[in-house]
Design a protein around this ligand. Sequence first.
Ligand SMILES: [Zn+2]
Length: 127
Amino acid sequence: MKDVSKLQAILGTKCPRCRTGEIFKFPFSKLSRFTETRDNCLVCGLKYEVEPGFFFGAMYISYAFTVAIMIAAFVAVFVLGNDPPLWVYLVTIITANLLSVPLMFRYARVLMLHWFSGVRYDPGAAR
Ligand SMILES: [Zn+2]
């Protein structure tokens, strides 16, 4: 079986151990249910919530994403809009953040699993 890089696994929202199993129950396109995370990996059986409340840590990652998006939106408005009135900044920053909530939620959990769960890649785990 071909090795999957950590980056591919993170971008593809795959299990940190086998890098094959999908972490979320529904594809990203199903926006109404984007928060539903599987309990276990369907491929290797890894329990995703490695300890109770593990995903609370994902809030800090989410917070970092929010700040990064706010800064990016601010800079984009400043440069592209030639420093427009304050309301343009507010509307753009709030809209950019709301639109990216599903992405931030998912990638905060994926990064939490890949960086802080202590689970190591095991190509043999994919049965
Ligand atoms: Zn797995």
